[in-house]
Design a protein around this ligand. Structure first.
Ligand code: DHB
Ligand code: FE
Length: 284
């Protein structure tokens, strides 16, 4: 059967993608940020997954106000990097895993979560920047990726509690897939940031670090936090953090197994307008 071996959490700031693509990673502004991901790139080489289930949010790129799926699973064979206004990032296309994605859709929908099935979709910085941070600049991404898009852009957004429960259903789905695949689940977006309005530029590093502590130690309790707390404390775009609860809900300890090992933890302020947080948790 397939297994979830680890979960990875990281911010997805688009300026990070631009810094990589334009060769600016050694500029003083960016050096401390990329230093925090050196361990992670090495770790990825040593813990090569067969598939990445990548929870991210679309930023009005693939979806618009015309159709707003709360949870959307990418079942296509491939996904092209999107043009977000400056041309598509010069990164490899994303190869999907239609068979596992379809199995997860079947299992999770029968487990009472309504997913939108997406057979054609471009993927924006929400998905490609985490891949770049973890994998560098390869000719091809190291494995197939199942994109899983969560609406955290247009209200109403899903609660942390529902995201956490969905992660548990995704774990059941993956572990009932009849092939010995090593699957990583990634939760992306966050941490505190606000891009608009009078509070634009808001960052709350103390709150972010407390979120990381609670995500590691007691995600069930963290999942009860109402969405308004994210917005008040972490800014309007801080709500992206609910996606981390999907990945955390898929870890073994939530289903009664052993606590995960914290392989890596990193926090840096700022990158563009955003506090950057990053965790790697291994199932033991
Ligand atoms: C920024 C952060 C985001 O999460 C995003 O989607 C766009 C921009 C920023 O900090 O600039
Ligand atoms: Fe974002």
């Amino acid at each position: 059967m397939a297994r979830i071996t680890a979960s990875v959490y990281t911010s997805h700031v688009p300026a990070i993608g631009a810094a990589i693509d334009l060769g600016k990673t050694t500029e003083p502004y960016w050096v401390p940020l990329f230093k925090g991901y050196e361990f992670s790139k090495q770790w990825m080489k040593e813990h090569q997954p067969d598939v990445i289930f990548l929870v991210y949010n679309d930023h009005a790129t693939a979806f618009s106000l015309e159709i707003i799926p709360t949870f959307a699973i990418g079942t296509a064979a491939e996904f092209m990097p999107a043009d977000e206004g400056y041309g598509a990032r010069p990164v490899p296309k994303v190869i999907g895993h239609p068979d596992l994605a379809s199995h997860i859709a079947q299992s999770v929908i029968q487990d009472d979560f309504d997913l939108t099935i997406v057979n054609k979709m471009d993927v924006d910085h929400g998905l490609t920047v985490p891949l770049s941070l973890m994998c560098g600049q390869p000719q091809a991404w190291p494995c197939p990726v199942i994109p899983f898009a969560v609406n955290v852009v247009q209200y109403p957004v899903p609660s942390g509690r529902r995201c956490f429960m969905l992660g548990q259903a995704i774990r059941r789905a993956i572990e009932s897939y009849d092939a010995p695949l090593n699957v990583q689940i990634w939760g992306t977006g966050g941490m505190s940031h606000q891009l608009q309005g009078p509070r634009a530029g808001l960052i709350n590093a103390a709150w972010d670090n407390r979120f990381l502590d609670r995500l590691i130690a007691d995600p069930e309790d963290l999942s009860k936090m109402p969405h308004i707390d994210y917005v008040r404390e972490a800014g309007s775009e801080g709500i992206e953090l609910v996606m981390w609860l999907i990945a955390r809900g898929a870890m073994a300890d939530v289903a009664g197994g052993p606590k995960p090992k914290v392989a890596h933890r990193f926090f840096h302020v700022p990158a563009s307008n955003t506090a950057v947080g990053h965790l790697i948790l291994e199932n033991t």
